[in-house]
Design a protein around this ligand. Structure first.
Ligand code: C5P
Length: 398
């Protein structure tokens, strides 16, 4: 999978830089062309000669090579690369990448690169957990950079905790997995709804629910990684989408979500309705905070628009519509009723009766029920694996 790929290996100044030798060797063994860019400090940890010998290419450190008068063009390097791997990635370099502090060849190349970027952080456990560093990692994720998580164990400081750079074999496996992904959704436009909706009661209160958005975001990510152009209409959540092919439309209420979904469905090949849309909203919104009184308070509610049902009505023959159902009783019966009423091609049933399944969890256990009457139960899995199964089912419909 890495055969013929051009890889830039960025090495920054941390003790784990010694592992860059083995990583270079593994990439070369797999048939990749490797050019190593080192930050000035990293030369204190591993010699350029070692990496030049293993990569079979001169090492790049400076913008200008005084020996032969060559200019190392970060723009050319950025365009040359099919992948950029920065291992180890120190807090310092990640901070510079997150904020475009372009004071060395590695950072300027990073800023010029159009290829996927993989970062293998390595640092002491407290540095890794510092909010400044965590924020920088979140920023890099929001650019679509892939973080290869550090491992737990004994650190160079002698402390024990999370911060060891992933082993070279693991970094290699991460890249091979990335490049082996089929772009089987290439050219497809998919709309998703995710998260809860908030229905305003007065300036400080709303009706909401416990949806975290995790399942919808996992699906958006899986689709984007498989080549789809994704529009994610999201209610208020605390998580982020980390792929450049995901366009987020943030909304708050069911009515806003409805408008965005109807508009964006027009040009879509499919829509997946994952949002936990409030079924009711206050009939009237008070423009002043409702005061506490001794008497009971009644708030009159009216139904929200059913987004899924509307898309089910307007959907054209080539368009596919997928729904979710979260049931507490008569699960299958209720899900099948919804599948028919909302004109879904299939519905993903997850039950609150299953432990570790549903809202806020990282795992989910689902059963897919199709409009052709099929029933496909799946095991309890991580939400990203569930997303993989759901996308495979959707692909069968195209
Ligand atoms: O009727 P119920 O809310 O259980 O239906 C669940 C499915 O319908 C989910 O796919 C959900 O996203 C969608 N839905 C919707 N608009 C609503 C209510 C539900 O799109 N107002």
């Amino acid at each position: 999978m890495l055969k013929g790929k051009n890889i830039i290996l960025g090495v920054t100044g941390g003790i784990a830089a010694y592992k860059a030798a083995n990583l270079t060797r593994l990439f070369v063994k797999k048939g990749a062309q490797v050019k190593v860019i080192m930050t000035p400090l990293s030369k204190e940890f591993i010699t350029p000669l070692t990496l030049a010998t293993l990569s079979k290419n001169p090492i790049l450190v400076d913008f200008y090579n005084p020996e032969n008068g060559d200019w190392n063009s970060h723009v050319d390097l950025g365009l040359w690369a099919d992948a950029m791997v920065i291992a180890p990635a120190t807090a310092n370099s990640m901070g510079k990448m997150a904020h475009a502090i372009a004071d060395n060849l590695l950072i300027t190349t990073y800023l010029s690169a159009r290829c996927p970027v993989f970062l293998a952080p390595a640092m002491d456990l407290d540095m890794l957990q510092h909010p400044a560093n965590k924020n920088n990692i979140d920023i890099l994720k929001s650019f679509g950079n892939h973080i290869i998580e550090p491992e737990s164990g004994e650190l160079a400081s002698g402390l024990i905790g999370k911060g060891r750079m992933a082993e070279p074999e693991e970094i290699l496996a991460f890249l091979e997995n990335y490049f082996s992904k089929n772009l089987d959704f290439k050219g497809k436009k998919i709309v998703l709804t995710a998260g809860p909706t908030y229905e305003v009661i007065d300036p400080v209160r709303f009706i909401g629910n416990h949806s975290s958005g995790k399942m919808g975001y996992a699906l958006a990510n899986e689709l984007a990684e498989r080549g789809a152009e994704v529009t994610l209409i999201s209610g208020p959540v605390t998580i982020q989408a980390n792929h450049p092919a995901i366009k987020i439309i943030p909304v708050t209420s069911a009515v806003q979500m409805y408008q965005a979904a109807v508009e964006n469905f027009k040009n879509a090949d499919a829509a997946i309705m994952v949002a936990a849309v409030s079924d009711y909203m206050p009939a009237e919104v008070s423009n002043k905070k409702i005061k506490k009184k001794d008497a009971d308070l009644n708030i009159k509610l009216k139904p929200t628009p059913d987004i899924a049902a509307e898309l089910g009505k307007i959907k054209k023959p080539h368009q596919k519509l997928i729904g979710f159902a979260l049931e507490t009783d008569q699960e299958e019966l209720n899900a099948i009723e919804k599948l028919k009423r909302k004109n879904f091609d299939f519905i993903v049933l997850n039950s609150l009766n299953d432990e570790a399944s549903g809202f806020k969890t990282d795992t989910n256990k689902v059963t897919i029920l199709t409009s052709k009457g099929e029933k496909k139960p799946f095991d309890l899995k991580q939400k990203n694996e569930v997303a993989h199964d759901i996308c495979n089912e959707l692909l069968l419909l195209f």
